[in-house]
Design a protein around this ligand. Sequence first.
Ligand code: BTN
Length: 265
Amino acid sequence: MDILAPTTILDGLRTRLLGQHIVLYETIGSTNAVAKTLAQQGAAEGTMVIAEGQTAGRGRLGRSWLAPRGTSLLFSLIFRPDLPIRRAQGLTMICGLAIREAIREVTGLPAQLKWPNDVMLRGRKAGGILTEVSSHGEDLDYAVVGIGLNVNLPVNALPAEFRATSISHELGHAVSRVGLLQVALRHVEQRYSALQDGKWPVKDWAAALQTLGQRVELHTEQGIWQGLATAVDAEGALLLRLDSGQLKRVLVGDIVPQGEAKQHR
Ligand code: BTN
């Protein structure tokens, strides 16, 4: 098992901002929760909270995130972008794209994204992103983007119904979490700087989504719909063509490939 230590992460980290200030825990409740507290206390943009293990890892839609200690990358980044709150999904998009690029660069695996923020390897979930924001009025005050990535995780360590996979499972050998993290942070920083320059990432994001063009079942708080995932709009909402022909726009939900049970985590 490779050890996460600030010195090894900083050694060879080619970023100017992201991860230059590291708060590392052996075990913590949730890196997102800590990062939010630090952000409220004025922590600098780019601060990274990272842990070997979490006792209360958070997933989307109130779920928990499970990862045996030492197997994964579990980290949260603090951003203070000059963006309106309705554009916060842009941060999730750039982080998803950057993780995908890092996995491809480091391992050669053809990572994909699944709407809205899953990282997929060969059709199974290998990672997830949870973005939590604080705003004043229409503007973002700060955003915490939490990333959980199954790196060297034996898939039988998670319940089979999660249908999860990991990088080591797909590759057949372990990879350096530190090396992968360094490359991921570099890609996030490049994409963040483009975002700050006004380049909206939705086109790249849509191209990376394995979801588009598939018949899917969409689970939302308002109900379950089936149809063809046709496109995403500028804010990241999914446009679903229902069998009735109606186009449904959904901002928050879960996609389940038709014929499969809903994935939990
Ligand atoms: C999801 O797919 O539901 C999103 C999962 C996000 C998990 C990560 S692990 C690091 C960070 N800290 C948390 O508590 N959650 C995110």
